[in-house]
Ligand binder design. Structure first.
Ligand code: GAR
Length: 202
């Protein structure tokens, strides 16, 4: 399965996928909406082609930029697109341009702590502010509604009494890498991942 990965920053989830070298999963393109981010170095050092599509390159027209992202994936014959730390909502033009499947990894138990502004540390701050006893990771289908597509897999992580957003993020990130690799492994092996099934593949 030809995999495209959308990134915006650090790229540790991308790194975990590339390091796993999963049978049936062929990473063929990494697209970033930001230049000079670590994720691009991760892709380059693994020899995966890179595209950078910045909003500024499209005069600030997010719909045009997202159509270009979809077209880049379509042009590379991507079958599965993974949002791995991609920090923008994808507009409907993306879904018009790209005919494949898109999945996202999110660092909470959606639907909790998802939606606008819920990216990276903001998610963990929200979990702590709510006083939740547990959080986790969700992998879900991406639809035009932010963080609201059908859930494919979830994994739970307890919140510790002494946690701050950084310590919680670090523990959740370890779980992210594991759940992502296991889920892609299953997709690559042709196993059907039940849409709407919220028990993570183990
Ligand atoms: C990860 O924790 C990912 O789940 C999160 O951003 C981080 C990116 O890290 N994504 C979101 O919050 C999406 N709403 P990475 O660049 O090291 O993979």
């Amino acid at each position: 399965m030809r995999l495209g990965v959308l990134v915006s920053g650090r790229g540790s989830n991308l790194e975990a996928v590339l390091a796993a070298d999963l049978p049936g999963i062929e990473p063929v393109l990494v697209v970033s909406n930001r230049p000079a981010v670590r994720a691009l170095e991760v892709a380059a050092s693994a020899g995966v082609p890179i595209r950078v599509l910045r909003l500024g390159d499209f005069g600030g027209d997010a719909s045009a930029r997202d159509a270009a992202i979809g077209a880049a994936l379509e042009g590379a014959r991507i079958e599965l697109a993974l949002l791995a730390g991609y920090d923008q909502l994808l507009r409907p033009s993306y879904f018009t341009a790209f005919s494949g499947r898109t999945i996202n990894i999110h660092p909470s138990l959606l639907p909790a702590h998802g939606g606008a502004g819920m990216v990276g540390l903001a998610v963990h701050r929200s979990v702590l502010a709510a006083g939740d006893a547990e959080t986790g990771v969700t992998i879900h289908e991406v639809t035009p509604d932010l963080d609201a597509g059908p859930i494919l897999a979830q994994s739970r992580v307890p919140v510790g009494a002494g946690d701050d957003a950084e310590t919680l993020a670090a523990r959740v990130l370890v779980e992210e890498h594991g759940l992502l690799v296991r889920t892609l492994e299953r997709i690559g092996s042709g196993a059907s991942i039940q849409r709407g099934n919220s028990t993570g593949p183990r």
